[in-house]
Write a protein that binds this ligand. Sequence first.
Ligand code: GUN
Length: 293
Amino acid sequence: MTAERIDGKSIAADLRDKIAVEAKKLIDETKIVPGIAVVIVGEDPASKVYVASKGKAAKECNFHSVQHTLPEDTPEADLLVLIEKLNTDDAIHGILVQLPLPNHINESKVLNLIRPDKDVDGFHPINVGLLTAGERDKALVPCTPAGSLILAKRVLGNLSGKNAVVIGRSNIVGKPMAALLLAESCTVTIAHSRTKDLPEVVRGADIVVAAVGRPQMVKGDWIKEGACVIDVGINRIDAPERGEGKTRLVGDVDYDSAVERAGSITPVPGGVGPMTIALLMANTLTAARRAAG
Ligand code: GUN
């Protein structure tokens, strides 16, 4: 079997188009312009690329968008003051602090200060609690898992009763992904670095979500025939075949072997990545609508 390639890039573009139309409607009806503030501390090159694409998507969606770029040595207290200012700024409905933060800044202190109704990353304990308590409709849900779920549902339809294996237990992806799949009535396994016989665990999965940050770790012979494979990983590896010093992006799944076994699979790049940004826009629109009442 050769898997269907799940075109996250085009699904995300369609979603952004719909959000732009909805945002225009909200603006016409209420004069409220969805506003997003993205905060970046330091010079991490990958973070800068992500933040630039978020700003571009926001403009395309007719949003008001501001970016705060702070130097690497910004004191934690200064960042907290900025968050408090954004919390009370009526033009801002979504606040995103790009991770990772420099080591001298306490990440949870920063994330917990963001007003839950502006927490478009869905990382605040209130939003985590609402999602795990089965109240997704009241929460803001983390963007990467929410986008991954849309892709899985696009190819499989109803997920009820499917065996899902999530590889990775991060707060950003693994844990919220498991909560979302559970809410879809999947039988969910969270696998991680201490899991015994990971290949065998993955072989039982109708849906595999790989979110470990290890290039090409999941091999084709781990994949059940016909499974849906969602690859969240974005890893840069050397690509000497492209010339000296060249690199390329790969996922956590060994695409070339997995594509021979899976029923459907997301490519890297062009799979989950664009969905994450589209879902950030969706969360910002949701926050702005809720603020409009
Ligand atoms: N860094 C990597 N992924 C994410 C994400 O989803 N949100 C934020 N804020 N930072 C990230």
